[in-house]
Each structure stands twice: as C-alpha cells, then as structure tokens.
Write a protein of this length. Structure first.
Length: 148
C-alpha cells in the first residue's frame, strides 16, 4: 500500500471518529448559536415579566421609534430610543429619578429587535440603573397585566 492510500485511510478513520464523537459524546459542545452574556443575564420571558409586575411597580421603557410608540405602547411606558437618546433622556429626567429603586423592563418589537438591548445597556452603564431587563417576546401580550 502506498503512502497516499494510507494517509487517505487514516484521514477517513479520523473523520468518522470525529463525527461520531461530535454526535454521540455526552459532553459535546452545542451546535447552535448561544445567546450573548447580556441577553442570558438580563433577558426575561413574558412569564418572568408577569412575576415582576405582580411583585411591585415596574418602569416600562419603549425603545421603538416615535411613530410606533405614538401608534401603540404599553400603558405608562416611557419612550427612549437610540435615535433620540439625548433629547428623550433630558425630557424624562424626572421619571428616571423615580426609577432608581424599581425594576426597569425595556421592550421593542419582538425577539429580532436589538434596540431594547442597546437602550438597556445604556441605562445600566450610563445611568447606573439596576436591574434593567430586556423583554423577550411580544409586549402586546402583557397589556392585560400592565396598568398605569
């Protein structure tokens, strides 16, 4: 047997062993995209949001565009989006002072929207608010439990 055939056989056996290990090994790494650390730490489901609402007063931040906010939003939600950050922060500074001792939940349009992550990060880093959660899921499903 020449060296090329031996190398091909060794590579084929190694590939089979590697695939078998990747598929059947109990400690194999995940084959899917894992969430970012911020999303894993600060992201909350609709059920978790309901528990926080039941436990006490929550501050809602709508990170969508002004047009979407004016069309529809959760009762009592404050508009704070990345495009108008400085202006909206200044206009709502009294509201933000009252947030220091309450949980904050930021939402936008569904899980694909990353605006809420940006706004939540800014609130934590620049304003020192804690906790600032990111709602995962459809905010409209919380209308029945959110009251002004």
């Amino acid at each position: 047997m020449n060296a090329w055939k031996q190398a091909a056989i060794i590579l084929a056996l190694a590939a089979v062993a590697g695939v078998a290990s990747a598929v059947f090994h109990p400690l194999r790494p995940p084959w899917y995209m894992v969430a970012s650390a911020d999303q894993m730490r600060w992201g909350i489901s609709l059920e978790e949001a309901r528990k926080i609402i039941a436990a006490g007063e929550v501050v809602w931040i709508d990170s969508r565009s002004r047009a979407n906010y004016e069309a529809d939003h959760l009762s009592g939600a404050i508009l704070l989006n990345p495009e108008e950050w400085g202006e909206l922060l200044f206009n709502n500074q009294d509201s933000f002072q009252s947030m220091l001792d309450r949980p904050v939940i930021v939402y936008c349009d569904g899980d694909a929207c990353t605006r809420s992550e940006d706004v939540a990060r800014r609130l934590r880093e620049l304003m020192g608010l804690d906790p600032v959660y990111i709602l995962q899921g459809e905010w409209r499903e919380l209308r029945d439990v959110v009251k002004e």
